[in-house]
Structures are given as C-alpha cells and as structure tokens.
Design a protein around this ligand. Structure first.
Ligand SMILES: NC(=O)c1ccc[n+]([C@@H]2O[C@H](COP(=O)([O-])OP(=O)(O)OC[C@H]3O[C@@H](n4cnc5c(N)ncnc54)[C@H](O)[C@@H]3O)[C@@H](O)[C@H]2O)c1
Length: 252
C-alpha cells in the first residue's frame, strides 16, 4: 500500500480495464477519485468500489478528445471534490490496421484521443497542482512505442508521443513540485485483449510462452500497482521515467 494523503485523483478511462483497477488502488491508498469516461455503463460499479474504501467518487461523462467536455469536468471536480492532485491519463483506443490502409481519418482519431486527449486533460488540471505546489501525472503509454508493433503504426506513434510528452512536461514542472511519469503496459488481460485472443496462431498462452519471460499475461492490477506508487507521496524524486510493466517482454 502506498501513501496518498487525501488527494483528489482524476482517472481517464476509469470505467473499465486498467483504469478501473487504478481507481480502486488510488482509493485504497487514500485518494478521492473522479472517473472520466465516455462510456459510463460500468462506472457506477467502480464508484461503489471507491466508496467501499471510504473515499468520495464522482463520475463524469467525458470524451477526452473534446476540450469543452474536459474543461467542464475539471471545473466540476474542482468545485465538488477539491483541487486535483493526481491525474492518470489512461483513456485510449487501440486500433489495428495494415499501414497502407490507414486513412487520414483513422490517423486523426487515434491522435485526437490518445495524444491530444492527454494534452487537454493535463492542461485542464495542472493549475490546481501548480497552486498547491504538488502534483502527480501518470500517463499510460504502451510497449508498442518501445518495441514497435505491426499493424499499429498510428497507435504506436501516439504512445511514442505520450512518452515524449511525459519527459518534456516533467522537465518543465519539476521545480513546481509536480512529477510526470509514464507506465507502458504490455499484454494486459482486459476486454481489448480478450477480443483478439482468437487471433494468436498458437493461442494466447503460446504467445505468452514465447514472448513474456514471467510466462503469464498481465492483469490490470499489475499496472495499477505501478501507477499507485507513482501517484503516491513516496515517489517525489522520480520524474520523467518510463516504468515498464510487462513481465520482461521489453527491457528498458
Ligand atoms: N490492455 C493492454 O494489453 C494494453 C497494452 C498496452 C497499452 N495499454 C494502454 O492501457 C490503457 C488502458 O487500456 P485497457 O486495455 O484498459 O483499455 P479498455 O479499452 O479496456 O478501457 C479503456 C477505457 O477508456 C475509455 N475511453 C476510450 N476512449 C475514450 C475517450 N475518448 N474519452 C473517454 N474515455 C475513453 C473506454 O470507454 C474504456 O472505459 C490505454 O491507454 C491502452 O492504450 C493497454
């Protein structure tokens, strides 16, 4: 368990997958949590889990690529929960397509959500962190930006951008008490991976056996553990890093 002293956290894409585990772990460690997601079907269940830890929860229906949505949600969180201290930029889409088939529309959509959304959400809450001279921004990138990933050129390019964004912003805001780090997951067993499970020629376990030294898929909680540490009081001397959580698939 990490120490989080009653901070207010925003988790984008917090209603499902990795994001929902991050919400649980941040609440467990002492944060009130606002879930920002454009699909809120499952958000109330996550909010209940947050409240189960004795913390406040808020659900905001937000498309992170829409700046008006993001600004309205930031205002609501500030007014009702208090100044934001922790932001986890997790919402993303992960399209796959042969490179020659990627259209301008495909390219813009994944950049708007994965990279521009990260920009919008961070800019919307960072003044709260600056005012308090304390903040933690944790961006969820992807091992695809480290190792490359066939049929995901557009997606991998956004996640490479997220890593560069992390380092550049970390340099700028470090003197203000704000850290900015990123966690690139790999092969985490969420709905996205489940939906493509049948495409592995030797099954998912065959893929795992040949590519992941620890010989298992990741679970959302594996990523949430790393995020909760980087969001905690104890990680203040760590900034600009890429904390790979991937069972050893890509070592950097
Ligand atoms: N699962 C993996 O193996 C894996 C691997 C590498 C990177 N990642 C990254 O981890 C993060 C979470 O992945 P996941 O597998 O949990 O995904 P997921 O699809 O299970 O969940 C993503 C959540 O984000 C929300 N979301 C998507 N676009 C949004 C938008 N425009 N505005 C608001 N909410 C939006 C979805 O509604 C959903 O709740 C993503 O950044 C993804 O790129 C995942």
């Amino acid at each position: 368990m990490n120490r989080i002293n009653n901070r207010v956290a925003v988790v984008t894409g917090g209603a499902a997958g990795i994001g929902s585990a991050v919400c649980r772990f941040l609440a467990r460690d002492g944060a009130d949590v606002a879930i920002w997601d454009w699909n809120t079907d499952n958000a109330e269940a996550v909010a209940e889990e947050i409240r189960g830890y004795g913390r406040r929860a808020m659900i905001c229906k937000v498309n992170v690529a829409n700046q008006a949505d993001v600004l309205a949600a930031a205002k609501k969180v500030h007014n009702e929960l208090g100044p934001v201290g922790i932001l986890v930029n997790n919402a993303a889409i992960s399209p796959e397509k042969d490179f020659v088939e990627i259209s301008e529309e495909d390219w813009d959509r994944v950049f708007d959500i994965n990279l521009k959304g990260t920009f919008f959400c961070t800019q919307a809450v960072i003044n709260d962190m600056i005012d308090n001279q304390w903040g933690r921004v944790v961006n969820i990138s992807s091992s695809s930006a480290q190792s490359g990933a066939r049929r995901m050129v557009h997606y991998a390019a956004t996640k490479g951008g997220v890593i560069a964004f992390t380092k550049a912003l970390a340099q700028e805001v470090a003197p203000l008490g704000i850290t900015v780090n990123n966690v690139p997951p790999s092969t985490v067993y969420t709905d996205g991976l489940k939906s493509v499970e049948s495409r592995f020629p030797n099954g998912l376990q065959g893929y795992v056996d040949s590519t992941i030294p620890v010989k298992r898929v990741g679970q959302p909680e594996d990523i949430a553990n790393a995020v909760a540490f980087l969001a905690s009081e104890d990680s203040g001397f760590i900034t600009g890093v890429t904390l790979s959580v991937n069972g050893g698939r890509y070592m950097l």
